[in-house]
Ligand binder design. Structure first.
Ligand code: SIN
Length: 500
């Protein structure tokens, strides 16, 4: 995917070239009508309803869905279908900008980073203000290292590790060149599912789950591209359809205070998977927990990655002053920004940060950053007080070099500013992630309000609720999808084997 492709252009399906770049060849084949047979009924305006049979149908071909599809095939499931309502696979994960948190990995060992699954779980639980489901937290963290190895085996190597907010140590794993993870992860997974023979139908929104007389989920109804209502019968269904960060109505219902904020989400994340699961009996939990990301460019919804701050960037307000610990959790940083004059801030960094975070090149190309050879010229360009900006950088540099105590308590991601050029991106909080969703257990089974699993229904990724409590740590979104996506597939395969 080219750097210039952003979240908004992703949905402008009229641009064939954009669509082609965002699609894998299976998806392109299905666009060309090579997916399941959808014959038009003669003499009828609306094509006749169709029925297709699969072992596992996955609703949503984002990160969690692709990972689930790959694991299902690797586990020997014969017929796996990915249903995607967007023009291409990858979903929000296409734009995932930092990396994947994981602990006790061989890449951490290589870099002499001491970490444990327990410390990762503790950070995750604390970061979510102890509202997370502890069993899910422990499960994710203790399976994170295996997920890194699994991706490596699929040709997706994440061996460049950076610091993220709320993390006790460096554990955010990125591609070798320090680029945004989505640009490596999604093409890699897409290729892998194609190689394994997963069928993908894009522009095919799922509309309803099929539930039998015993309450078991036995399929999905969807609207195929030719307008036919197709029932995809399935022995098990996995909901991996993302959150509701682009659904104003749901945001107004569950978290009205942020409903009018700009969103980093692609327009397809409208909570459909959650609603479908709820109608089939699943409980939705923590729905009011919607995360704002503190560094979002407000005219485009583009995200300035947390890894930029982890790599040494600072935040300054419209007066040129630092105001908060940049490595605090997202909820805390967002709140601090909203208390600043004008309710915005700038992410400011030097050439070292630019070079070690390839995404910064795309900020430059997309006009999201302002560049200047000196701090004084940068201050003048962004219209902040020069002396204040120089003082902010000098004080920060003293912390990194003299070991002075940071006035804002920052202890992580401290890397001194070197020489110019310097960069600034104007940002404010934007809707980023839904911590609430379908209640699941460690077997990724969708649960009803009594905690009873709904037979045949599994869920993974942002469609689920409970793992991240009231605040997700940066880098834990990808870890969630790469642990629980495959887990849902493995558990669904076991369920199918047992029911046979
Ligand atoms: C970021 O890099 O700031 C976004 C990645 C995430 O949400 O985990």
């Amino acid at each position: 995917m080219p750097a210039a492709l952003d979240r908004r252009s992703f949905v402008k399906g009229g641009a064939a070239s954009v669509a082609a770049m965002a699609l894998g060849t299976t998806a392109l084949a299905s666009l060309a009508g090579c997916g399941p047979k959808q014959e038009k009924a003669p003499d009828a305006e609306k094509p006749a309803p169709q029925v297709e049979a699969y072992d596992i149908v996955i609703v949503g071909a984002g990160g969690a869905g692709l990972a689930a599809a790959l694991a299902a095939k690797q586990g020997g499931v014969a017929k796996v279908l990915l249903l995607e309502k967007g023009i291409g696979s990858g979903g929000n994960t296409n734009f995932s900008s930092s990396g994947m948190n994981a602990s006790e990995t061989r890449f951490q060992v290589k870099d002499k980073i001491e970490d444990t699954n327990e410390l990762f779980a503790e950070d995750t639980f604390k970061g979510g203000h102890e509202l997370g489901e502890r069993t899910l937290v422990d499960f994710m963290c203790s399976n994170s290292s295996a997920a890194i190895d699994w991706l490596d085996e699929a040709g997706i190597t994440l061996d460049n590790i950076t610091q993220m907010g709320g993390a006790s140590v460096k554990r955010c794993h990125r591609p070798t060149d320090g680029s945004a993870i989505g640009k490596t992860l999604i093409p890699g997974l897409r290729d892998a599912v194609e190689r394994e023979g997963v069928e993908t139908l894009v522009e095919t929104p799922a509309t309803e789950l099929v539930v039998d007389a015993n309450g078991a989920v036995t399929g999905v109804k969807a609207q195929t591209k030719d307008g036919a209502e197709t029932t995809f019968e399935a022995k098990a269904v996995i909901i991996a359809a993302g959150g509701f960060g682009s659904n104003k109505e749901m945001l107004r219902k569950y978290r009205p205070e942020v409903a009018d904020f700009v969103t980093t989400n692609i327009p397809y994340t409208t909570g459909d998977g959650m609603i479908m699961a709820q109608k089939a009996g699943a409980e939705l939990v923590l729905m009011e927990q919607v995360q704002t990301h503190p560094t979002v460019e407000q005219t485009t919804g583009a995200l300035i990655a947390e890894g930029i701050r982890g790599g040494g960037a600072i935040l300054i307000n419209s007066e040129g002053k630092r105001f908060f610990n940049e490595m605090e959790t997202r909820d805390a940083v967002s709140e601090a920004e909203l208390e600043q004059p004008g309710k915005y801030a700038y992410v400011v960094y030097d050439q070292q940060v630019y070079e070690s975070n390839l995404d910064a090149v795309s900020y430059d190309e997309r006009g999201l950053s302002v560049k200047a050879p000196t701090l004084a010229e940068l201050a003048s360009k962004i219209k902040v007080d020069t002396a204040a900006l120089e003082e902010a950088v000098a004080t920060y540099n003293a912390v990194t070099t003299d070991g002075a105590t940071d006035p804002f308590g920052r202890t992580k991601g401290l890397i001194a500013f070197g020489s110019g050029p310097f960069y600034a991106c104007k940002i404010a909080p934007g809707i980023h992630y839904c911590m609430g969703g379908i209640r699941i257990d460690e077997q990724s089974r969708a649960l009803d309000a009594k905690g009873k699993p709904i037979a045949g229904l599994y869920a993974a990724g942002e469609s689920t609720g409970g793992l991240h409590g009231s605040n997700r740590l940066g880098g834990n979104g990808v870890c969630d999808t790469m642990v629980f996506g495959p887990n849902a597939a493995e558990q669904a395969a076991l369920y199918i084997a047992k029911s046979a």
